[in-house]
Design a binder for this molecule. Structure first.
Ligand code: SAH
Length: 499
C-alpha cells in the first residue's frame, strides 16, 4: 500500500491517468503515483483525462473528461437513463468482459483475503489491486479485526468461468417503483442519484417487458383517476409505490399498490382498468404503509382482486409468492445457481442436509428432491412460514424448518444428535457468523456448499473452514445481476481432516 503523505493531486486539477481496475460501484480505478482516483465511466485498460473533483487522504474522485485510449471492452450503454439511474453500473462494458471481471474479482479476493491458491486458466491479478484493497478495508470494518496473514496456503482451487446469461436483458421478475408528482403529473421511476427526487422512467432494460408495461399503465390509470401521488416531505398524497411481480414460468402477474392510507378511491375502476389491459394479472393487492419511512412495505396487505399469491417454478419445485415474500429476482440464473449447488451437494438420496440462511426454503426444497432429509434455518419468521407452505405445496415431507439464528439453531441441532452429510450456507453480504463456522468444523460434514453474494466475506470464511480441515475444491461464479457490479458464486468444499 502506498505511504504517500500528501495526495499528488489537488481539486480541479486536470489529470491523465491509466485505469487499472473497477471499484465497488463500477467506477474505473486509476493510479497516480500510488494514489487512487475513482473515475465513473472509465474502464480498465483505458487512458483517460479527468478533472479531480474530490480529494481525500488515501483516494479521490475524478470526473471523466476524455477517453485518450479506449478499451476494447467498451460499448455504448443501450439504456437512455443509464447515467442518471445508477441501478446498473456496467452497461458500458461488453457483457463478456463483465463476466471475466466478475470471475477475476472472486479470484482476487480468494487469493488476497483468504490466502488461498487459485489454479487454472489465465489467472491474472493485474489491475485489480485497488478494488480488492477496498474489499479488505470493508471486511476489517465489519470484523473489527485484522485477518491473520501468515496462514498456510490451500493446494489450489479451480475458479470456473462465470456462468452468464445468453440474453442478459429483461431478466428481473420484480419491479418496485416509487411514485411522485412532477409539474402536476404523476411520475414513477427511480430516485435521482444522491437524492429523493423521483425521475420518471418509461422502460428499464433489465426488467421483464411485461413489468415495464404494467408499471407504465398503472401510472396512466392512477393519473386518469386522479389518484394523488405520495409526497414524502409533506407526508400527504396516497400512492407511494407500485410493485409488479411476474412468475416467469406461469406468466402470472401480481400488482401491489402501496398506499399511505386505507381507502383507495375509485378502487373498482382501478381494478377493472388493470384487468382490461393485462389478462396475465391474476392478483391485485394493496399494501398500507402510513409510516414516515424509506421502507417500501407496511405491515398490512389486502387482496383487492384475484389471488393472494402467484405461483412460479424453479426447475420442478413450485413456489407461492405473496406481495411481501422474498423471491430471487433473476429466476433463470437462480435455477443455474441452484443446479450448481445441487451438483456440489452430491446427493444420492441417502443424505441429511442442513440449509443455513434458507429464506423461503428455495435451496432446501430444491435439494430435498434428492436428499433423505433437509433441515432449513432462517432468522425471518415470515420467510419460514412461506418455506413451510412451499414444502406442503410440493408434497415434500422430508424437510423441516426452524426460525432462528443459524449460529444458535445449528449448534442446538448438533447437541440433539443431528448429523449432516452436507451443509449449505447462503448468508447475507456480511458472511457467516464465526460460531456457525466453528460448529460446521465440529460437525465435520462430508461437503460444504457455500453460496455467496460477497466474495470478500466468502474468502474470509473459506480460510476459517480450511483451517478447520476443509478443502475448497471449486468456486463457480454465476451472474445473477448482469450489468451491475454484484457477483454471486458457489464454493464447493470437502472435509479432509487436519493432518
Ligand atoms: N437461501 C435463500 C436466501 C438467502 S439470503 C435463497 O436462496 O433464496 C440470506 C438470508 O439469511 C436472508 O433470508 C436473511 O433473512 C437470513 N439471515 C440473516 N442473518 C441470519 C442469521 N444469523 N441466521 C439465519 N438466517 C439469517
Amino acid at each position: 500500500m502506498s505511504t504517500t503523505k500528501n495526495p499528488p493531486v489537488t481539486k480541479n486539477m486536470d489529470v491523465t491517468v491509466e485505469i487499472i481496475g473497477i471499484g465497488h460501484s463500477g467506477e474505473g480505478v486509476g493510479r497516480i503515483n500510488g494514489y487512487t482516483l475513482f473515475i465513473k465511466g472509465a474502464l480498465p485498460g483505458e487512458k483517460v483525462r479527468a478533472k479531480v473533483i474530490k480529494v481525500k487522504k488515501n483516494y479521490g474522485y475524478g470526473k471523466l473528461l476524455d477517453i485518450v485510449e479506449k478499451s476494447e471492452s467498451r460499448t455504448e450503454a443501450p439504456c437512455d437513463i443509464y447515467n442518471q439511474c445508477g441501478g446498473c453500473q456496467l452497461q458500458h462494458m461488453e457483457y463478456s468482459a463483465q463476466l471475466e471481471w466478475k470471475r477475476q474479482r472472486v479470484i482476487n479476493n480468494l487469493e488476497r483475503i483468504g490466502k488461498l491458491v487459485v489454479v487454472g486458466e489465465d489467472v491474472n491479478l493485474e489491475g485489480h489491486l485497488d478494488a480488492d484493497q477496498s474489499d479488505r478495508e470493508k471486511l476489517n470494518e465489519n470484523k473489527g479485526k485484522q485477518l491473520n496473514t501468515n496462514l498456510p496456503l490451500s493446494n489450489g482451487i479451480t475458479a470456473l468461468p462465470t456462468l452468464g446469461m445468453d440474453n442478459p436483458w429483461n431478466y428481473r421478475n420484480k419491479a418496485q417503483v416509487p411514485i411522485g408528482e412532477h409539474e402536476g403529473g404523476l411520475v414513477g421511476g427511480f430516485y435521482a442519484q444522491g437524492s429523493h427526487r423521483i425521475i420518471d422512467m418509461d422502460i428499464c432494460l433489465i426488467q421483464h417487458d411485461l413489468n415495464n408495461d404494467v408499471i407504465r399503465e398503472v401510472k396512466n390509470i392512477a393519473q386518469q383517476l386522479e389518484i394523488l401521488a405520495y409526497d414524502e416531505v409533506s407526508h400527504k398524497g396516497l400512492l407511494r409505490h407500485v410493485v409488479v411481480k411476474i412468475a416467469f414460468h406461469t406468466n402470472e402477474l401480481m400488482v401491489v399498490l402501496v398506499t399511505n392510507g386505507e381507502r383507495l378511491p375509485k378502487q373498482e375502476q382501478f381494478i377493472t382498468k388493470i384487468r382490461d389491459k393485462f389478462s396475465q394479472v391474476v392478483s391485485i393487492c394493496q399494501n398500507i404503509n402510513t409510516k414516515k419511512t424509506n421502507v417500501i412495505f407496511g405491515d398490512q396487505t389486502r387482496t383487492l382482486w384475484g389471488k393472494e399469491v402467484i405461483y412460479d417454478y424453479i426447475g420442478d419445485v413450485k413456489f407461492a409468492i405473496s406481495a411481501r415474500s422474498f423471491y430471487q429476482v433473476n429466476p433463470v440464473q437462480t435455477k443455474i445457481l441452484y443446479e450448481k449447488a445441487l451438483e456440489y451437494a452430491g446427493l444420492t438420496g441417502e443424505e441429511t442436509v442442513i440449509d443455513a440462511y434458507c429464506g423461503i426454503g428455495t435451496i432446501s426444497l430444491f435439494l430435498a428432491q434428492k436428499a433423505k432429509k433437509v433441515y432449513g434455518v432462517e432468522i425471518v419468521k415470515e420467510a419460514i412460514e412461506d418455506a413451510k407452505i412451499n414444502a406442503e405445496l410440493n408434497g415434500m415431507s422430508n424437510v423441516e424448518f426452524e426460525v432462528g439464528k443459524a449460529e444458535e439453531v445449528i449448534p442446538k441441532w448438533k447437541d440433539q444428535g443431528i448429523e449432516a452429510d452436507v451443509i449449505v450456507v447462503d448468508p447475507p453480504r456480511k458472511g457467516c457468523d464465526e460460531t456457525l463456522l466453528q460448529t460446521i468444523i465440529a460437525m465435520k460434514p462430508k461437503r460444504v456448499v457455500y453460496v455467496s453474494c460477497d466474495s470478500a466475506t466468502l474468502a474470509r470464511d473459506l480460510r476459517i473452514l480450511e483451517d478447520g480441515g476443509f478443502k475448497t475444491e471449486q468456486v463457480q461464479p454465476v451472474d445473477m445481476f448482469p450489468h451491475t457490479v454484484h457477483v454471486e458464486c458457489v464454493g464447493y468444499l470437502v472435509y479432509q481432516g487436519i493432518d
